[in-house]
Design a protein around this ligand. Sequence first.
Ligand code: GDP
Length: 326
Amino acid sequence: MSTARTVMSDTVFSLQGKSVWVAGHRGMVGSALVRRLQSEECSVLTASREDADLVRQEEVEKWMTANRPQVVFLAAAKVGGIQANNSYPAQFLYENLMIEANIIHAAFRTGVEKLVFLGSTCIYPKLAPQPIPEEALMTGPLEPTNEWYAIAKIAGIKLCQAYRRQYGSDFIAAQPTNLYGPGDNYDLETSHVLPALLRKAHEAKISSAKTLTVWGSGNPLREFLHVDDLADAVVFLAKHYSGDSHINVGSGEEVSIRGLAEAICKVVGFDGALEFDASKPDGTPRKLSDVSKLQDLGWANARSLNEGLKQTYAEFAAGGPLPRSG
Ligand code: GDP
């Protein structure tokens, strides 16, 4: 469970007795939200792909009209790391735009009381000021390797703002930083760096390899948040925030890719050498969110990266609920 420090903040919305749809409940963020919502007095709704293909407007409208959720957590998205974004631009742009537009519009039409849209820090310009404040949105060119996903996510934030402005809908957006934890993608071709390095270190240890290959220079700086802490922050925002601006959700701490690789090797118990593959892209040089708005509202992360890595590796090594290959 989360180790978040919670300061008193006015409740603006109650989840009690509400019917709450977690769109994307099979994903990493969606499943963390379903876990987190177990400790709220609400009933959680989920829709399988057979119930509603979220890319199809008619299916979304039909399902929402029949099921009438009062609250929606929009965690459904096509996601992937640097390589996947580069390889499948049409799918990343089209599928994400459709999912968001379909759900947000249907939420308006069916009178949803609160909707929380989940974005991503890749929405920010490549050379945004660091730590990145919410106001940096659309102030410069995006990182080209993930602009497809970013453009779709920016459109999702703008949809929430537009429906709030035009119709008074209480739709908000939260911007998670890089996440890790249960349900992560461990496929080396399409995963993000943390699960990829965890798996590589584990396999290197098992096979008594001498080296572990890290993509790029090892110099880029990234921030990581455990997905259960994200879910806690998102539920917190649903209850305590109602406003136009999206809100960054992160740990507020950064680590270099080299530093992350070293920390992972230590947790896993792999003591070989790191090799850096310069043929792979570095991506954005630095990505740290400014979490002062979230902290001012009363939520801050307290789980250290090391604690989170130990927990995640224990789950991975146990074979648990995590997919071990793609
Ligand atoms: P990003 O945060 O959107 O850039 O996406 P990633 O999590 O995929 O990559 C973050 C950084 O980690 C980039 O600089 C990658 O080159 C680097 N990296 C190092 N080793 C790996 C790896 O094995 N897989 C991935 N996905 N990234 C890696």
